[in-house]
Design a protein around this ligand. Structure first.
Ligand SMILES: [Zn+2]
Length: 285
């Protein structure tokens, strides 16, 4: 059996993200007494894969799981984990709304039409679960408002609510001893809107909070872990586009021209997309 688990630091292992069905990174932070899992996976199968991988490494001590936010790909595996689930109070609120959802093609299509669900997530749910969509939403056991601290034995994790455009319940997990910051999806744009967007105020507030934590490795759920240098570059880019959006407002070509002059090259596809999301955010307020 191929071992898919990767070592992030001495005491943190992770299962890499998988774009095929939008599976996010799942991680295990291992203390002497307890293991904290970061996110529950997008399905029973995803959660089971993670548990069996952890089993192979003989990581059998008690575990609890913390959810970075309510989105399906981070939470639907929770019922397989048989553990205490820690989440922000809004995460619980959002999940509560979904407990009685019907997951048939018709019901999904209806929710996409009414803007409750987005097309990408609906497609990925169908792909992950196939025809037999037996989805059980498990509600968090412990909720917090602003911050939550858990001592795993020789290693402490701070879970902090940050919100942002992507999801109002987004929370980050800081592991000081390992200098790792788990960001979930908090830095990604909103997806449950007509158009994906970033708002200047939300992004600035988010970056300010993130900067309070000093880490060497930054983990965004749908990409490979980033080094400090790479992450700083990403933060700088977001800050710069905030400033330029404020300056040029909806004048897209002036914004793009100034940004590419500053970067001394044409924009990458990612940069184009970020600018597009900021433009969309102007009308959101
Ligand atoms: Zn998300």
């Amino acid at each position: 059996m191929g071992k898919q688990l990767k070592q992030l630091t001495n005491r943190i292992q992770y299962l890499p993200h998988d774009p095929a069905t939008d599976r996010p990174i799942l991680a295990a932070i291992c203390g002497r007494r307890q293991t904290l899992l970061v996110d529950a996976g997008n399905s029973d199968t995803h959660a089971q894969l993670f548990l069996s991988e952890l089993d192979h490494c003989h990581m059998t001590n008690d575990h609890s799981v913390v959810l970075t936010h309510w989105h399906w790909d981070h939470s639907f595996g929770a019922n397989q984990l048989n553990s205490v689930i820690i989440a922000h109070e809004n995460t619980k609120m959002h999940l509560e709304k979904m407990v009685d959802y019907d997951w048939s093609d018709e019901a999904l299509a209806h929710r996409v039409e009414t803007g409750v669900e987005n097309q990408f997530c609906a497609d990925m749910i169908k792909k992950e679960f196939g025809i037999d969509r037996n989805i059980t939403i498990t509600l968090p056991t412990i909720t917090f408002k602003d911050e939550f601290e858990i001592d795993l034995g020789g290693i402490r994790c701070v879970v902090k609510h940050v919100g942002g455009d992507h999801a109002d319940d987004s929370s980050i997990i800081y592991v000081e001893e390992e200098k790792v910051l788990f960001l979930g999806d908090c830095l990604y744009p909103s997806i449950y809107a007509q158009q994906p967007h970033y708002t200047i105020d939300h992004v600035r507030q988010l970056l300010e909070t993130i900067e309070m934590f000093d880490a060497d490795i930054y983990v965004l759920s749908h990409e490979s872990p980033l080094s400090k240098a790479d992450f700083m570059g990403y933060m700088m880019l977001l800050k710069l586009i905030c400033d330029l959006t404020e300056k040029h407002k909806s004048n897209h070509s002036n914004l793009v021209n100034e940004l590419s002059t500053l970067l001394n090259r044409p924009l990458s596809q990612l940069e184009e997309e970020i600018v597009y999301c900021f433009m969309n955010g102007l009308s959101v307020g």
